[in-house]
Design a protein around this ligand. Structure first.
Ligand SMILES: Cc1ncc(C[n+]2csc(CCOP(=O)(O)OP(=O)(O)O)c2C)c(N)n1
Ligand code: SF4
Length: 338
């Protein structure tokens, strides 16, 4: 693995100038991915339609991907971006991989590029699930990043299959009769392992060392790697400026989205999440600052602490139970050498 200091000092192919919301975790994730892919290989990115595409590539808005005006002298510093329909990032990446392999095998290309797909969770796990499963099942040598903001953000904050229980979204609204989303989220990490991915991980730029280590492993994997990147969404989750990194850490430490990594045929690991529930931060600390959970958790004016609203204990207990069930499932998956 490259030294942390060397990775940090690399130039990223994702530059300032995007129109992502101020405080969007995706900007931080892309900056890091841009540095990690600057590893001596040309990169081909495939991007479906999601915030990470419409806010970084949409002409005539500033295009944030690039290395300035000069053509890189070195082929390995160049990169390509294919923008395609919403649900097809893995399939288009698969095509790019096959074509690059063919050109390399016939001698038409000497330095084989690496292929990286970028998608939102709606694109990957709702409408694009077929594309994702097929590519993983074929074992194509690409890395798929799924930016997890729990919603369809750029079309108006609709529910996605991994929206947490209780979250207020535009299609699971909170009313006098309803308490937000009531559908238990899809077990996307387990699903990718069952589909046969070479490496499955969930990593956050809020833990940069671990993020760098896992993404380097994913880029070196001979089969499909699927890396989920929890991405707090300031606009859709409705929290205040300056909370993005803290919420990413709390999301992991409370078990909403644990950091996890497993390579095929080896035991996996859960990171930064205490096995003992009593030692974890309360889920109220993660939910409280976000208005999408405001109907369930609020700040006690006397103590200043976040607490469950009277009458909402059953729903919040369901959320705790879901988190714990998922932790047990992940622990089982991590202890297997599947
Ligand atoms: C076939 C098709 N269906 C629907 C859309 C509209 N659409 C574009 S992006 C999007 C939601 C994207 O959600 P997600 O993948 O979670 O990314 P996010 O916006 O949250 O970053 C939808 C529904 C589309 N472009 N194409
Ligand atoms: S809506 Fe959310 S995911 Fe989209 S750019 Fe804004 S903060 Fe990022």
């Amino acid at each position: 693995m490259a030294k942390l200091i060397d990775i940090i000092q690399r130039e990223s192919c994702f530059q300032p100038g995007s129109s992502l919301c101020m405080g969007c975790m995706e900007a931080i994730a892309f900056q890091n991915i841009g540095k990690l892919t600057d590893n001596g290989k040309k990169t081909i990115f495939t991007l479906g339609t999601f915030c990470g595409e419409v806010s970084t590539l949409q002409f005539p808005n500033p295009v944030a991907w690039g290395r300035g005006e000069k053509t890189p002298q070195d082929w390995t510093k160049s990169f390509g971006i294919i923008h395609h329909v919403f649900e097809s990032a893995p399939t288009v990446a698969e095509g790019a991989r096959d074509m690059a392999d063919l050109l390399t095998e016939t001698g038409a290309m000497t330095d084989s590029p690496q292929v990286v797909a970028l998608s939102g969770d709606g694109g990957a796990l709702a409408i694009g699930l077929r594309s994702l499963l097929h590519t993983v099942h074929r074992g194509v040598r690409i890395v798929i990043f799924v930016l997890v903001n729990d919603i369809f953000a750029n079309t108006g904050f609709q529910y996605s299959p991994i929206t947490p229980l209780g979250a207020d979204t535009s299609t699971t609204p909170v009313t006098e009769m309803t308490l937000g989303n009531v559908t238990p989220p899809l077990d996307y990490l387990g699903l990718m392992i069952q589909a046969g991915a070479g490496l499955v991980a969930q990593v956050s730029p809020a833990y940069p060392k671990y993020f760098f280590r896992v993404v380097e492993q994913a880029l070196a994997c001979p089969e499909t790697s699927v890396v989920f990147v929890p991405s707090p969404c300031i606009t859709g989750w409705k929290y205040s400026d300056g909370e993005t990194i803290r919420l990413a850490q709390l999301g992991c430490e409370t078990g909403f989205f644990p950091c996890f990594m497993k390579e095929k045929g080896k035991k996996g690991e859960i990171k930064f999440l205490e096995p003992d529930i009593a030692k974890r931060p309360l889920i109220e600390e993660f939910m409280g600052p976000q208005r999408r959970f405001h109907h369930l958790v609020h700040k006690d004016p006397k103590t200043g602490l976040f607490q469950v609203r009277p009458g909402k204990e059953v729903m919040v207990q369901k959320i705790r139970d879901w988190i714990q069930e998922r932790f047990m499932t992940l622990s089982r998956l991590a202890s297997d050498s599947l």
